[in-house]
Design a protein. Structure first.
Length: 97
């Protein structure tokens, strides 16, 4: 029983986020943080203590120095994958601690 000219909730929310760039950016930031564990899997997640994004820099605290060195070599590729998962270029750098 759709009324003539009615929109779905998904369409309304999409329009709302498109009109509010601040909210769109915040959602993309959260997607990038959550994508860290999804993209790198449970092996890396086991060595990851803390992940957060601040001023377009993703900070990742790791418990393994060997893993830190490995990820450091692949940092640019990780940035590209995280931005793709976020839906916009939100991550400019990654700091591995």
């Amino acid at each position: 029983m759709l009324k003539h000219g009615s929109k779905s909730i998904g369409d309304i929310l999409s329009e709302y986020f498109e009109e509010n760039p601040f909210l769109k950016t915040k959602i993309a930031e959260q997607r990038a943080v959550h994508a860290w564990r999804e993209l790198l899997g449970s092996g890396v997640s086991g060595y990851t203590k803390n992940v957060y994004l601040k001023r377009n820099i993703l900070y990742v605290q790791l418990t393994s120095s060997v893993l830190r060195a490995e990820l450091q070599m692949n940092k640019q590729s990780l940035i590209e994958k995280l931005n793709e998962a976020a839906g916009m270029p939100i991550v400019h750098d990654i700091v591995l601690r």
